[in-house]
Structure formats: structure tokens, C-alpha cells
Design a protein around this ligand. Sequence first.
Ligand code: GLA
Length: 407
Amino acid sequence: MLQKTVLLLALVTQVLMLENGLLRTPPMGWLAWERFRCNIDCDHDPKNCISERLFMEMADRLAQDGWRDLGYVYINIDDCWIGGRDAKGRLLPDPKRFPHGIAFLADYAHSLGLKLGIYEDLGKMTCMGYPGTTLDKVELDAETFAEWKIDMLKLDGCFSTAKERAHGYPKMSAALNATGRPIAFACSWPAYEGGLPPKVNYTLIANICNLWRNYDDIQDSWKSVLSILDWFVKHQDILQPAAGPGHWNDPDMLLIGNFGLSFEESRAQMALWTVLAAPLFMSTDLRTISPQNIDILQNPLVIKIHQDPLGIQGRRIFKSKSQIEVFKRPLSNGASALVFFSRRTDMPYRFHSSLLELNFPESKEYEGQNVFTGDVIRGLKSETNFTVIINPSGVVMWYLYPMRTQE
Ligand code: GLA
């Protein structure tokens, strides 16, 4: 009897677990929403409306301008692509804006070495009012996405009840598993429950989702970045342990390349999202992005830190009265990333500290690199006092590893 119960329990957890082996490091790519929203006016704005043309042009840029080779492989459709359902209830894209269908787009992405993501909503309608995936449609829609060769699904939660979500998200996770196609699962579930226990059970979420939105939508402003960051830091004791290989917190898209952030703020978002092991989904026009912003997004050392195989989310470890904060992310081989972040709005600030003060072990020596300037750091002892100069709303980011002791 006991044996049978154990077997049954094992089966139940297996069904509930998302065992797709995907996203061992946080995903990187491009997502349409923040920059292109629900612009469906292809008559007046054919270049920027949500259409297959937009996704093909962005896919071309990802493949040709170095993005794909650095790891930005996902090209993700968001809301406003749906045209309706056919007689059998199967989802159809808008025929005018996606005349060749979604399978065609997936093939196009795959031919360029990219992966295609899509969006649906577990409710009557998507947030913008397009047909949703009601509970009775979960399996059918999962099968449709798999047939189209989709690689990631973002399942939103507008127009759903808490009960429907508690049912629907595990159901979709199991349905995606059952298709046999590895489809990364991005859940918005926690964001619709306030993002915190007891309403949100992060152990369960991490078992059924590969990534999840915890909090508000990002908007194109520094104020929005700060409010998201503040929430993530305030609740880091809860959020930090929830992340790990295959399952990530998602503070939402990168704004870099758009209109709301200064140069310093852009670097800061890149550095902070990287130490938080957040998905790096750009949402900008890759056809017109400036070289300066490309440099921020394509910084190889930032990406190496972001993709560290240990997949440990960093934390804020220090906050001074002078409005300087320090974040640390532990990396493989004893290395770590430090981000010195200034919330000041006056002038570059000289911040004095030592690694010992930042809880590094005593009597060790480190080397590494200033990530954005490329300056080499050598012979930095835990006890050494150092000064970093941090611009207003800016960061200094270090990659550090312990020096090998001479044999
Ligand atoms: C919600 C999500 C956003 C975006 C929109 C689309 O607000 O949080 O990321 O997907 O819906 O309507």
C-alpha cells in the first residue's frame, strides 16, 4: 500500500514538474512588447506594427549584427498577434498582419539559428482583448504551439481568476510537457498574485515554470526601473532563493535603446539585471539602435557573468547613507561580480570601501576587470582600501576572482 502511494506521489510530482531541461542559464533575446506594444496600424506604420515583417526584420538583425552569437537567441512575439480561432477552435494569427502564419515565422527564426517565442493569456482575453486560452483550450493551444514549432510561451494572466490561474498554470506546464517539444514556459502567475507568499508558492512556481514575472510591467522610464529594483531588493530574501538553473525571476524587459534612459541609467539597468540573473530580453528597435547602446548590450564580460553556469541570483549586500549600494553575484570558480550603484543625482561620487567590508574572506588577493572600462584589477587584497568613482544613476561593475597562490 505504502509503495503504491509513494509511486503515485512520484507520478503526480512528475506530471507537475516542468522537466524540459531548458534555460539552465537565464534566457537572452528580444521581446516585442515594451517598444512596439499593440501597434496594429500597419496601414500607416508598416515598419513598426505587430506583424511578420517586424519579427522577420528583428530576426535578421539578431542574426546579422552579432546578437545571436552572443546568446540573444529568442525572438518573442507578445500580445496582439491573434486573429481568432478556426472551426475546430484552433488559434489563428491575424491574417493581414501574419499572412504566412506562425509556423512560417518559426521556420524563418530557426533557419537563422534563433528560437521563436509566443504569447497567450490564461483567461477570456489577453490583456489587449484578443482571444485567450480558457481552461478548456489549454491542451489544444499547447499542441498548436508545438505544431508551429514554438520555443517559448509567455502565458499572461489578464481576465483570469486566482482559481483559474491555480488550475491553469500547472495545467499548461503539463500540456507543454506532453507535446514532447521543449517549450520554455514563462509564467505571469506570481505577478497576478502580488508576487509574495503566502499567495505565491515559489517552490511550486519553480517546478512548473522556467521564468516568471513577479511584479509590475516595466515602462520606458528610469522611475519604472527604480520601482522594480526597489521591490526586488525589498523582497530579495524571498526571491533570491527561488531562482536557479532552469527557473528564473523576471523583473521584465531591458529598456536600453529606447527613449527613457540616459547612458548611465542604461548601463545601470544592464549591470543590475545581470547580477539579478534576470532574463535579458531587449525590447528596442534593432534596426536603428546606436553603437553606444549596442556596446552596453553586447559587452562580452557582462554576458559571461550573466550566463555563469552556477546560475545564482545576486543580492544587494550593502547600502550606505551616501546613497551608494553594492550588489554581489557569486560566480563559478570562486569568482564574483560586484555592482556599485549610485542613486545620487549630484555628481560623480568617490566611494571608499574594501572587499573585507563587503564580506569577502580575509587575507585573500583578487584580480579581475572593471567590466565597462576594461581596466584590469590586480593584487587587490581583501584588506586594501579602494575608491570607486560612480556617476549619478550609474554603476561601476567589477568581475573579480581570487588570485591563484604561487606554488
Ligand atoms: C501584460 C504583461 C505585459 C504585456 C502586456 C500585453 O501587461 O505584463 O508584459 O505582455 O500584458 O498586453
